[in-house]
Write a protein that binds this ligand. Structure first.
Ligand SMILES: CSC[C@H]1O[C@H](OP(=O)(O)O)[C@H](O)[C@@H]1O
Ligand code: ADE
Length: 294
């Protein structure tokens, strides 16, 4: 099932389209969890099947707390996506990460509180592991591309996920700095958790757009400043996706870290008491782990 790689790209703020694809088509996808943020763009890039989803919808219609993360991940799963590259704008919490730096995220602190965080629920309970919340095989490929393209980057980093939509207070920003977080944003959770439940490799390349509000020598973050940096770095983001695509095409077999088998030993509910309606609703998610007739 994961033998053929399909690369999903979730475009964040300022990234509402993707160019250079062949055989493109915007596809409307329905899910049991409601509507995804927009239609999904399918095509091929350098020989690799690719599906693109603008996280906030084209034109940026949807704020972080109202994103239907479950529908977005479910739609990508339905289109066969096996690895997701999340491209996100973030604020920097460290002096040594100036705007324009790309960070290959490897950890998250999830401080969101107003979002649906699981596909599972009463009648079908599951607990997936999240010690390594991103796929390091995919992270390694991203790092290779960043090196080849000479894009300034940091290989690892902790992304603090806040609820938003307002930016942080100075006290909050200093608190997250004291926790050792590298960058801050509003969107990557529960996205990463749901990708794990859906057995899709997930990795984030976070583009630093500002110094949040803690830095005394820099103006506090504004939307204008964020978008200016995203636009200035759009070429690098495009080049990254183009370079990553053939690396995904040539990857061998299922994820060695276990992303593609995350539901093995994760489903708690005894077969006899599993809710048939939940099994039906989650069929796309649990088909590999429980078999098509579960
Ligand atoms: C426009 S700044 C705030 C906005 O940008 C980031 O979104 P994304 O990860 O989709 O690039 C941040 O998390 C906020 O949603
Ligand atoms: N400073 C910041 N805080 C939260 N989300 C962001 N996205 C971009 N910059 C941000």
């Amino acid at each position: 099932m994961t033998d053929e790689a399909v690369l999903g790209v979730i475009g964040g703020s300022g990234v509402y389209d993707i160019d250079g694809l062949d055989n493109t088509r915007w596809v409307k996808v329905e899910t049991p969890f409601g509507d995804p943020s927009d239609e999904l763009l399918t095509g091929t890039l350098n020989g690799q099947k690719l599906v693109f989803l603008p996280r906030h919808g084209r034109g940026h219609r949807i704020p972080p707390s109202e994103l239907n993360f479950r529908a977005n991940i479910h739609a990508l799963k339905q289109l066969g996506v096996t690895e997701i590259l999340s491209v996100s704008a973030v604020g920097s919490l460290k002096e040594e990460l100036p705007p324009g730096t790309f960070v290959v995220i490897d950890q998250f602190i999830d401080r969101t509180f107003a979002r649906e965080k699981s596909f599972f629920g009463t009648g079908l309970v599951a607990h997936v592991g999240l010690g390594h919340p991103v796929c390091n095989r995919l992270g390694d490929r991203i790092e290779e591309s960043l090196k080849e393209l000479a894009i300034p980057h940091q290989r690892r980093g902790t992304y603090m996920v806040m609820e938003g939509p307002q930016f942080s207070t100075m006290a909050e920003s200093e608190l997250y700095r004291s926790w050792g977080c590298d960058v801050i944003g509003m969107t990557n959770m529960p996205e990463a958790k749901l990708a794990r439940e859906a057995e899709i490799c997930y990795a984030t390349v976070a583009m630093v757009t500002d110094y949040d509000c803690w830095h005394t020598d820099h103006a506090h973050v504004t939307v204008d400043a964020v978008i200016k940096v995203v636009v200035a770095n759009a070429g690098k983001a495009r080049a990254l996706v183009a370079s990553l695509a053939p690396k995904i095409a040539s990857r061998q077999g299922a994820c060695s870290q276990g992303c593609h088998t995350a539901l093995d030993n994760a489903i708690m509910t005894a077969p006899a008491v599993r809710d048939p309606a939940m099994l039906d609703k989650l069929a796309v998610i649990v088909k590999r782990a429980l078999g098509p007739s579960a």
